[in-house]
Ligand binder design. Structure first.
Ligand SMILES: [Zn+2]
Length: 102
């Protein structure tokens, strides 16, 4: 239920697969450990998770980001103050920052 803009470029699509693929991989490894055990014990197969994460990262880095849409919502244009009204202090940009510990 998020209002975030979902980018559908290749890079973001592949990056979005990271979570589900890692969960499926962990599930398969646990299944193997339960069914076969021994050599396929989770202690022996956990590096597969790192390999999968690395491959997905590599694929997303190599994928095209053409048509990428930034998730940052566009800032609405500032509304100028009404004629004759004093400028609101909340809209005034501070010109100096004091006490910032510089
Ligand atoms: Zn994108």
């Amino acid at each position: 239920m998020s209002d975030r803009i979902r980018c559908t470029c290749q890079r973001c699509t592949i990056r979005g697969l990271m979570g589900p693929v890692v969960v499926v991989t962990v599930g398969v490894l646990f299944l193997l450990a339960e069914m076969r055990g021994g050599y396929f014990d989770f202690g022996n197969t956990y590096p597969v998770i790192l390999i999968v994460i690395g491959l997905i990262s590599l694929a997303s880095a190599l994928a095209s980001s053409e048509g990428h849409v930034s998730s940052v919502a566009p800032v609405p244009p500032a509304v100028p103050p009404a004629q004759g009204a004093p400028p609101s202090p909340s809209n005034a940009a501070p010109t100096s920052y004091t006490g910032q510990g510089q």
